[in-house]
Design a protein around this ligand. Structure first.
Ligand SMILES: [Zn+2]
Length: 96
């Protein structure tokens, strides 16, 4: 029983280590890109509400789009499509 917990802890630790190494490699290859990468990796998306419908957006949502260097999250695939078609129209909703 105890061993199984240790194995799981080790796997989680290894995953964090791999992630940390990936970010370290990224920030060392580009000048000034480290801070931006850390910001988007922190929460995943910059918004908590979908800019199209206003529905809540999960921090780890798979519906995302890049907008002016930031990651915008959406509640569903169709909202992502609408935003990408007219980003200027919906981006105003991000500042609320
Ligand atoms: Zn939606």
């Amino acid at each position: 029983m105890r061993n199984r917990i240790l194995v799981i802890s080790a796997l989680i630790g290894a995953g964090i280590l791999v992630s940390a190494l990936a970010y370290a490699g990224c920030s060392s290859c580009g000048a000034g890109g480290g801070a931006k990468a850390a910001q988007s990796a922190e929460k995943g998306v910059i918004n908590t509400a979908c800019p199209v419908l206003g529905e809540p957006v999960a921090a780890d949502t798979k519906y995302t789009a890049d907008y002016k260097g930031k990651t915008v999250g959406f509640c569903c695939e169709s909202c992502k499509s609408k935003f990408e078609a007219e980003p200027e129209k919906y981006s105003a909703n991000l500042n609320k």
